[in-house]
Design a protein around this ligand. Sequence first.
Ligand code: NAP
Length: 425
Amino acid sequence: MLHHIAIVGSGPSGLFCADALLRQKPELKIDVFDRLATPYGLVRFGVAPDHQGTKAVTRQFDRLFGSPNLRFLGNIAVGRDLPLAELTAHYDAVILALGAHADRPLGIPGEDLPGRYGSMAFVGWYNGHPDFRNLNPLLDRPGAAVIGMGNVAIDIVRVLGKTPAEMASSDLTTHAAAAIAKAPLTDLYILGRRGPVEASFTSAELAELGRLERVRPVVNKADLPEMLPAGIDPNEVKVKEKNLSLLHEFAARTDDKPIKLHFLFHAAPEALLGSGRVEKLKIKGIEKALDVGAAISAIGYRTATEGDLPQADARGVLANESGRIAPGLYVVGWAKRGPSGTIPTNRAEAKAVADLVLADFANDTAPAKPGSLELDKRIATRGVGVIDWNGWKRIEAAEAAGAKPGSPRAKLADWDDLHRAALIL
Ligand code: NAP
């Protein structure tokens, strides 16, 4: 029986899932929907613009789209432009690979002041996510704080701290590059509510902060234990040891650079203060508030859905059992397990969900569903301009043509520009 599958979301977990399905059953017909005009989700909008090596995974995805049985349908928001109920009526399996794109709230007074941004919005802004093109963050003061001690927080301070020359081979958007170059930053703060051993960043990312041209990491030696305490998860000992050794090395530095990056441990944010905007960040137990014009929280994400898509539970994920939400409806990636792990983590997990879908097909005796044929006609009547793989290739070509020397692309970050380049406007 010929099965039709819809995957909602073209980020790494959705595309790893498509790959795992087609490797086992190349005859499957798979349609990958995305509400954005462009594929790759987190690879394009989450991975830092100066980590081009991490983005190389898109070459695998491009090869995958060489399959005649895999289609990309961008610019369609399932739940809004196309109800999930229509997908489940047409496809034998629908796999939600939505990612997690809502910022977790800090829950402190002043959180809504201009100048406080969640990392989804802030990273989206510098990475050219069209929803955040006009964020125009307030970077007009010498101080800025990033709350959280994960790799996203590290990405943000690094992107703010690097010089234009250090970013020349990146695909940082031109609007963000101009704003950062103009910002009078002298003091960046990275805040962890727990200690240095509990910080969740990884060593390669931490080490990069020690190699920046105009940024000096500032660490108070008194905050650092000499050795790791007992009881650390054996899988984490190596990375924690390396982190601690790097932090000790930072603490010993005495060189002077234009931007100080202050590591503040046991620094739980208490309130953001200011008249009409963020001006100060108050930390619990510390009397003097930090002078900052911007505070960016990088404290994790929740899955957000619209229309008739299932809603996230209290943990911020879609309730599921090993990836199955209901018969014929599945979830994979961050929407399944929460925002953790690296891109390769998703490959094995996506394969497990693909195996589950195929096992369910093998046990299913219901007649096959019609797939996309009739659905295409319905979508066409709704005034939604679908961006297919060729449309994306036109966007990609326009971005490559506009790139500065050394940079892979000049990202189009405005909805109209994307639609024009894809030739649907
Ligand atoms: P994360 O690693 O979970 O870090 C979140 C940070 O926010 C933690 O330090 C956490 O502290 C803190 N936090 C949470 N709630 C807080 C609150 N209410 N107040 C203050 N601090 C709070 O998440 P992430 O940085 O968003 O990264 C997500 C995933 O992507 C991670 O697996 C990460 O490694 C991965 N990633 C990888 C790379 C890379 O490989 N280069 C780059 C970016 C992201 P507690 O520990 O105290 O909760």
